[in-house]
Ligand binder design. Sequence first.
Ligand code: NI
Length: 130
Amino acid sequence: MSETRRAVPTIKIDDERVRVVEWRFAPGTATGWHRHEYAYVVVPLTTGPLAISGADGAVTTAELRTGEPYFRLAGVEHDVANPNASEFVFVEIELKDAPLSARGRSAARAASVSRPRPTPRRGARARRPR
Ligand code: NI
């Protein structure tokens, strides 16, 4: 097993809708290999390169800029490392409405957003607020 030290995730919000995690990378640390089960947005709090190891084994460099967010769909697999001599930080926002297993359903729901909602049957359970 790799001896690469790990970046430190701190969960800021974790509810039904989103998970917001601050990732702090000391120099040379990495997230470890992972697969994104949800679509997500990354908001860099640092400017500079990150080293991304992809599913095909290739390592690419991503140039992040403080305050410049990017979005990725569910299904991304990678290991993310900090090649810099200083700390690197970003905030990751996972969108639980867009799980990998229900992308079709989610898209269908988004497409029907302007239609009136059916009236719940009597005795039907209340839905969580939207
Ligand atoms: Ni990731």
